[in-house]
Design a protein around this ligand. Structure first.
Ligand code: CUA
Length: 658
């Protein structure tokens, strides 16, 4: 049983007193009742009947948000292999939305014939139409190092892409496909004013993904960091103003941008400096063991402000249309410097003051704290202990760190509170370790989590001013926590109260659609999403030139090209009959002309894989070839009114004469 704090006991005691009072006054009302626990039962009876401890009741009281009341924070969680973002309210841990990003999402009509198809197509790689993602790290836009609630950036590890989600309508507006790397991991991390969204590669490959035999790994394979330039005015990444840095073929892992003292710098850790390439069928060791030989891998220390100057001065070469700063420039210029990292590092987190970079070690029991000021001096004074095979300077590990903290088995990621504490996820131990980064104290406390925690997040935790308050353990395994649902288990988010002296477990939330990697938590009052769209708004946020207006609905035919200008309003479509010839190129320009909030309509044409969601004011352009003759109902897929079932019509395709 968990210990109850003084505060917790006080809450529960007050509750008992109130319950006893209510119970007493209701006693005579329950005469002749069933004897079941109801409104008249005392809280103690309820606790006994449900087998709840005082800590359970405290958790319930701290997380329960009554109907009509709002949560205090939003979590934007990576949707992992679902390729979409999960939005969760805190402290209730209720799911608020799934944002369609890289993967078609049918409730939002995301990727089923409307304009969102064009956004998904921006993320196609080479000749492949890609419709899934392995989403890893959501990052909120920042102003002066604080979340500003405007945009969210996410990366796709599997297909090396970054997406921009606009938080004014919680919709994806852009996907940029990395032209250089074959996979990414360190991303999508923003610089403190969101000048850049950083995306760094994971598994090395020739830049531009050209073929090169694996025997030429050291010569031809490379890592890369892309600095995607974000145009805040337009709310889009500007690929033409973006640039990249060539990195050695050490498997780069996580990245973080510096802030305050370390603004203008970025940090990326790596593993497999052994450059192991596997070959299990040929009797060689797998990458797993080949990559675990060296005692040290390398933290990459990047002066991106100076790199930007070199890029602007034309010191780049162009690969796959992108300007790339080569290592033989960045090394000697002090723009890319390495420093050792203990065994199989993971996690790379800059402290709120920007002074320290915290790195965990999958096979090490410590977190290592790199001192930015010391590293900056070493780089300025060119005090290095050697060079790597690519001529990159290496700083002395001892001279670069301010210390190490003994954490436990498998420390991964660290987040921060407002009191100088770090909270590190400890994978093998299944714990959250709380420790002080101010005085490098050993864990002051450990809390068991369920189970095998990967990432961890805290309220506004990687800004210059974290809130403390809440930490969420993002557990990879849930084992015995939830009703069994077959061999694929849900993941488990656990909400932890970190306000008091001791950490307290408050609630579990099964994540049923994904393996979330990172997440971020932002104060709810920083977001002011729109409730309706301006009439005619399309998926890019513009007023569409082809918007349909009430009274101006029509069908225009030009040879085999048919344009339908259609409106939707409770509870009919105008027009509600469309007849075309087999082989016609059809575009339906459809507008929801409702102005009242929450009056969404859907539009589908059966059998044509067409499905859009039309929120009030929303415009969609749906283009397709009428290649299947027949009679197809079209209807509204959203229960919009009492006569929703009547919101329907017919799409008729007259067969060609053969
Ligand atoms: Cu419109 Cu149902």
């Amino acid at each position: 049983m968990r210990a109850t704090s003084v505060v917790g006991t006080a809450i529960v005691a007050t509750l008992f007193a109130a319950a006893a009072f209510v119970g007493c006054s209701n006693k005579h009302d329950s005469q002749g009742g069933s004897g079941n626990l109801g409104a008249s039962a005392s809280i103690r009876d309820l606790m006994k009947a449900r087998g709840l401890t005082e800590a359970d009741v405290e958790g319930a009281l701290k997380t329960y948000v009554p109907t009509g009341k709002m949560d205090e924070y939003y979590i934007f969680a990576s949707g992992g292999q679902s390729g979409n973002v999960n939005v969760i309210g805190v402290p209730s841990m209720r799911m608020l939305k799934v944002i369609g990003v890289f993967t078609p999402e049918s409730w939002q009509g995301w990727g089923f014939g409307g304009d969102s198809d064009k956004i998904l197509d921006q993320g196609n790689q080479g000749t492949h139409k890609i419709r899934w993602a392995d989403m890893h790290h959501p990052n909120l836009s920042e102003t002066k190092g604080d979340y500003d609630g405007q945009y969210l950036f996410v990366n796709d590890k599997a297909n090396a892409r970054v997406a921009v989600v606009d938080l004014s309508d919680f919709a994806t507006k852009q996907i940029v496909a990395n032209p250089l790397a074959a996979s990414d991991h360190g991303g999508a991390f923003v610089t403190p004013d969101t000048d850049y969204v950083i995306e760094t590669s994971q598994y090395p490959a020739p830049l531009g993904r050209e073929y090169a035999p694996i025997t030429e790994y050291k010569e031809k394979y490379r890592g890369v960091a892309i600095f995607w330039k974000f145009d805040r005015q337009k709310g889009r990444i500007d690929p033409a103003k973006s640039w990249a840095m060539e990195l050695p073929p050490y498997t780069q892992d996580l990245a973080d941008a510096g802030k305050l003292d370390s603004d203008g710098w970025a940090f990326i850790n790596s593993f497999n400096t052994e450059m192991a390439v596997g070959g299990t069928l040929e009797g060689k060791p797998p990458i797993e063991s080949g990559a675990s030989q060296n005692d040290m891998d390398y933290l990459h220390v990047i002066n991106w402000k100076k790199a930007e100057e070199l890029v602007n001065a034309g010191k780049t070469k162009t690969i796959a249309g992108m300007r790339v700063l080569p290592m033989d420039v960045s090394g000697p210029e002090g723009v890319l410097t390495l420093v050792g990292e203990p065994k199989s590092p993971h996690g790379c987190d800059v402290t709120p003051d920007g002074k320290l970079i915290v790195v965990g070690g999958k096979l090490d029991t410590h977190t290592t704290l790199y001192d930015f000021a010391k590293m900056k001096t070493l780089i300025q004074e060119k005090r290095f202990e050697g060079k790597d095979a690519y001529g990159l300077p290496i700083m002395s590990f001892k001279d670069a760190i301010s210390g190490q903290v003994e954490i436990g088995l498998g420390p991964l990621h660290t987040v921060f509170d407002d009191k100088g504490n770090g909270y590190t996820s400890v994978f093998i131990e299944s714990t959250v370790a709380k420790w002080s980064y101010k005085d490098l104290k050993k864990p002051v406390e450990k809390l068991k989590v369920h189970y095998n925690i990967g990432h961890i997040l805290s309220a506004e935790g990687d800004t210059v001013s974290p809130d403390g308050k809440y930490v969420v353990a993002m557990n990879k395994m849930s084992m015995d926590r939830f009703l069994p649902v077959g061999p694929l288990f849900p993941q488990n988010f656990q909400l932890i109260d970190v306000e008091g002296e001791k950490m307290r477990m408050l609630a579990d939330m099964p994540i049923a659609n994904a393996e979330p990697h990172y997440s971020q938590m932002i104060k709810a009052d920083k977001l002011k999403p729109a409730k309706v769209y301006k009439p005619g708004t399309n998926a890019t946020g513009e007023i569409d030139p082809a918007r349909a207006e009430g009274g101006k609905e029509r069908v225009e035919r030009n040879g085999t090209k048919v344009d339908v200008y259609m409106t939707a309003i409770r509870s009919h479509f105008t027009p509600d009959r469309i007849e075309v010839d087999e082989g016609d190129d059809v575009t339906i320009h459809i507008d929801n002309i409702e102005t009242a909030e929450d009056q969404t309509h859907g539009f589908t044409i059966d059998m044509y894989n067409v499905n859009v969601s039309l929120e009030p004011g929303k415009h969609e352009n749906i283009s397709f070839k009428a290649d299947m003759p027949g009679t197809f109902p079209m209807y509204c897929t959203e229960f919009c009114s009492a006569l929703h079932l009547e919101m329907a019509g017919y799409f008729l395709v007259k067969p060609k004469k053969h």
